[in-house]
Design a protein around this ligand. Structure first.
Ligand code: ADP
Length: 326
């Protein structure tokens, strides 16, 4: 079926990303809550049509680890992309204080199965486009991805389900987005930063996504991005550390040797040495995790109340500051 704007009742804003705003909406004909992402693009109608057509293949992406896609339409120069609403939001906001090992195992299992599905069934790997982003001090061509494997793109619901969103399927959409600059947190593999990520057929290789997965896991385990901006004078120093420094590790005090080895196998500097998805699924960390009882629902409840408490405190502090200024 096809969807359009008149069928929706708009609810609250869920978040802002690099490329647009995501809003909770009620699809009135079906009475289903959805998340609607608005992406503003200065493109002609033909290109917008091409994007809508390309996005259509997402209807085939039915898997428990992938966010359901309900449809897309455009109005003027905005693409509206409608997807499954995840009522606990993205992992970047739930990881505060660090995610415990059992929960991290469940998340890793879902991410690996989701990424493997996208690769095997949909031939999607998180592609990147070269964008000559030559800031004066940055004599380096950086590749920017429309969709990196990163905690903002992993969504959770109150049932404790973990699903991936925001992966590139529309070449036209990605080319249109790739003009934006790089963020201050890079999940790109060293070979991607160096611009060597294509194999000799000119294809991007899946092992770069395995790096991003490992880095996302470190971030979730620590509760913060492992190359923090306070440590590096600028993005160049940060990228240099990713390319030339030792790979980050999960801390010994909080994580088992299995968990640490799993992440180590993702963060090998040489892409060919990294584990494949099949190897990761067989890794003792995930094998043991499947036999463990993990209270995902309890963890989501606690993490959400912690997140909301922090948000209220931030809001109160801002109000206080505003009052003092007046
Ligand atoms: P980015 O561009 O950084 O990947 P997005 O534009 O995809 O971010 O999303 C911005 C924020 O909106 C996310 O961090 C998340 O909190 C929220 N969000 C996105 N998609 C959904 C969804 N399907 N359900 C609930 N919240 C969502």
């Amino acid at each position: 079926f096809s969807i359009n704007m008149t069928q929706f009742q708009l609810e609250e804003e869920l978040g802002k990303g690099n490329y647009g705003t995501v809003r909770k909406v009620l699809h009135k004909p079906t009475n289903v809550y959805m998340a609607m992402k608005e992406i503003r693009l200065e493109l002609d109608q033909a290109k917008l049509n091409a994007i809508i057509m390309e996005l259509d293949i997402l209807h085939r992406a039915a898997s428990p680890e992938i966010i359901d896609f309900y449809g897309a339409f455009f109005i003027e120069s905005c693409v509206y992309y409608c997807m499954e609403y995840m009522d606990a939001g993205s992992l970047d906001k739930l990881e505060v204080g660090g995610i415990p090992e059992g929960v991290l195992g469940r998340i890793a299992g879902s991410m690996v199965r989701g990424l493997k599905f996208l690769k095997d069934e949909m031939q999607i790997i998180h592609r990147v486009w070269t964008c000559a982003h030559n800031a004066d001090w940055l004599d380096l061509t950086v590749l920017d991805g429309f969709a990196d494997v990163k905690p903002t793109n992993v969504l959770v619901n109150k049932k404790g389900e973990v699903k991936l969103c925001d992966f590139g399927v529309s070449g036209q959409l990605e080319r249109s987005l790739a003009k934006t600059n790089i963020g201050c947190q890079s999940y790109m593999a060293p070979e991607r930063i160096k611009g060597e990520s294509q194999n000799n057929l000119g294809q991007y290789t899946v092992s770069s996504d395995v790096w991003s997965l490992g880095l996302a896991m470190i971030e979730m385990g620590l509760g913060h991005y492992p190359y923090p901006p306070e440590t590096y004078a600028n993005v160049f120093a940060q990228l240099t550390a990713i390319v030339h420094g030792d790979s980050p590790e999960l801390p010994e005090e909080k994580f088992s040797e299995d968990a640490r080895d799993f992440v180590r196998r993702c963060l090998m500097k040489v892409p060919e040495m990294r584990a494949t998805y099949a190897q990761l699924l067989d890794h003792p960390f995930l094998a043991h995790d499947r036999m463990r009882n993990v209270d995902m629902v309890g963890w989501v409840t606690r993490a959400m109340s912690e997140r909301d408490k922090k948000a209220r405190e931030r809001h109160q502090q801002q109000q206080l500051l505003l009052q003092q200024q007046h």
